[in-house]
Design a protein around this ligand. Sequence first.
Ligand code: NAD
Ligand code: UFG
Length: 348
Amino acid sequence: MNNKILVTGGAGYIGSHTCVALHQAGYDIVVYDNLSNSSYEAVNRVSALIGQPIEFIEGDIRNAGLLREVFDKHRFFGVIHFAGLKAVGESVARPLIYYDNNVSGTINLLNVMEEYSVSNLIFSSSATVYGDPETLPINETSPRSCTNPYGQSKLTVEHILGDLAVSNDKWNLITLRYFNPVGAHPSGQIGEDPNDIPNNLMPYISQVAAGKLTKLSIFGNDYSTVDGTGVRDFIHVTDLAQGHVAALSYLKKQSSPVGFLPVNLGTGKGTSVLELVSAFIETTKQSIPYKFAARREGDIASCYASADKAKKLFGWKAKLSITDMCQDTWRWQSMNPNGYKSISEYKI
Ligand code: NAD
Ligand code: UFG
């Protein structure tokens, strides 16, 4: 049985956690990442966690020549494709870079996969493709629309995958739409390591708790939600990682191709910004000074998944609680005050 998986973007936040889960599930992994938003230290830490070095290639998904070398060397069962840029604000300022990395990069990867007859892909999509949802919870048939280049790049790739599946029924193109990934590996060895000041809520909270930032601004307290603050479906990154393993197991069991298959990965439960802040304070006993600020442009009031399809098809369900998410985020933050620039005692 071929258990070899190419993990593009495997040095990143979700990719590194997924590498650990894949190894534990018996897969051989090859990581391909240009380290544009990650550090080689993450790869070292994953190697230490799994107790053996993982094969790493520093490369760009837009480099077809290098991808061919990798496909010449390895016979892959499939590709888990995390590589891409993900900052919404930056995508508005630099749209071409986003379309080039996320759309052209994916087309390039698909071309090489086709050349080498590798037809199994798991693609990192996002709940952002649902825009401002008309109904909640959001299921996979909900209408899709996007308002920023990052979201548009994900939606465009989804359309490309859909067209590819129609063009030839050999393809298995599972598109996982992640809700809001947070948390870190329970060892405290790998986690989210944002450059500069974090845009996302959980890393911002943890840096306030650590005293690196003085105060959290809560963007909007006048939404029509439980307490006026935004509601999101926060999912522990290790649950998300297991979702990829479950998707692969599902693929391995199929006797005929699945085509383009979108599946939400969320918990199905909405938590407000204030509820998350309170849970973090309660769990970690740290103080989080905050103030209410204006709504952030482009934000929506509420977003949470129907997680039924993942349960039905993959037998997967998120298990970890908001308390686990806060605890593991704080462990990672405390053990690595400067992210991967912190010195780790941890060695293979
Ligand atoms: P991340 O930035 O930590 O990881 C992405 C990795 O891809 C990084 O290691 C980066 O160096 C690499 N990369 C970027 N462009 C590349 C290129 N052209 N060639 C090779 N490598 C490249 O981000 P993440 O949070 O782990 O997200 C992984 C995927 O999931 C991304 O596609 C992202 O858009 C998607 N996603 C993330 C979230 C989230 O909130 N974290 C939510 C929904 C979807
Ligand atoms: N928020 C604050 N203060 C902050 C940061 C965030 O109040 O300093 C609020 C936001 O206004 C929002 C909630 O916290 O109500 C969540 O915000 P995040 O930035 O953490 O996450 P988003 O839901 O805006 O977006 C994230 C990713 C997107 C992805 C989306 C769905 O950044 O790329 O989840 O997966 F598309």
